[in-house]
Design a protein around this ligand. Sequence first.
Ligand code: 4AD
Ligand code: MG
Length: 446
Amino acid sequence: MPIVRIENLKDHAGAQVTLRGWLYNKTDKGRLQFLQVRDGSGICQAVVFKKNVSEAAFDAARRLTQESSLIVSGTVRAEERAPGIPGGFELDVTDLEVVQIADEYPISPKEHGVEFLMDNRHLWLRSSRQWAIMRVRATIIKAIRDWLDSNGFMLVDTPILTPAAGEGTTTLFEIDYHGTPAFLAQTGQLYNEANIFAFGPVYCFGPTFRAEKSKTRRHLQEFWMVEPEIPFCTLEELLEVEEQFVSYIVQTVLKERAVELKVLERDISHLQKVAAPFERLHYDDAVAMINAAAAQGITVPPNDDPLTAITWGDDFGAPHETYLTMQFEKPLFVHHFPTEVKAFYMEPEPDRPEVCRSADLLAPEGYGEIIGGSERMSDPQKLMAAIEKHKLPADAYDWYVQLRQYGSVPHSGFGLGVERTVAWICGLDHVRETGAFPRMLNRLQP
Ligand code: 4AD
Ligand code: MG
């Protein structure tokens, strides 16, 4: 009998197949045992009828505990109302073999607290909600790579061990590099800026590290970021790339992961509207919108926090981002942030240097910033002055400044955070569920 995965059962209706997996749940009706079997690709109801199997096989079915491993064979029957993921097919069991009877499983179908579940992350991953999230994540990553690879970008891996900060000195993880201090990469961008002069448009994609000192719904200590970088590219041109890229990712997930989004009970109406062009809002106008709303005493989800006024020059807090995105249906670019609040490498606007040629992309429905991007400073003198102003060690950036001495060109790039994107597309209110083993302020286990 062919060994089939549950997601492929539709190709085997009426045939005899074997499934290998684990018991997710069971209903005992005496002579009938309804087994919910999961195999990593889905969940299928296997019906064990006493008269259809050997006594040993029926006895084995009765002894199965939650998460016991098993091999079942039988006939695939199309049954519209059959429960499961994706559902629609049942297995009429003719044989059953137990691989292991599982010990009493700590995670039962009843409700558990978040800390308990996080402590048991290695087991929690087997639940259908976590399964659905991780499948969406895998598809997002594939869509990211597919789009870039087929739109003229070349993958160049950048180092994780670095000698200096890429994104501000307050979130560095320091390590000992044979007696010299070194840091885990916060970004691959600076190396990408070297790579564009050798290869044209490039991207790096890997884990990045930030020693974030506060607990929030959106910050991890380790997260995956994809960073495209493009020579001969202005901020305005960059935003056109970003909106095509993000639209492709969202539409691919809608097409390929409909079952998983249903498991997550995700309302997909906003996602269906994600298509270029996105909304664009100047930082000046964003501040005015926020302050007008704050004056009216407006509150924002998820906790009905009052929206506070901001002073021109401040960065946004999460409630400000939430308020802004709730005014629009599509993803929102906020552009031309104050130069002071952004990274040292961003190009100031020539006739108004207090703002820089930067843009953040905010996801709809209050999911916050998913992309940070900008045009880069292309003049070596201005760049050296910025490095000094930010009190960065000039020696460590020699090579970076040199890039502006040998054929400098206007260039731009952005970084998209995978976990924030997963949270948005899956409709999760916290990034802790967006990766298999998230690293958070108070959690390095398991
Ligand atoms: O805005 P950020 O800091 O930009 C950069 O790192 C640039 N070097 C990117 C570039 O232009 N090449 O981070 C980019 C994105 C954010 O929009 C967010 O999605 C994600 O990375 N991100 C985090 N995700 C989870 N936890 C954190 N602590 C994050 N910090 C940033
Ligand atoms: Mg940012």
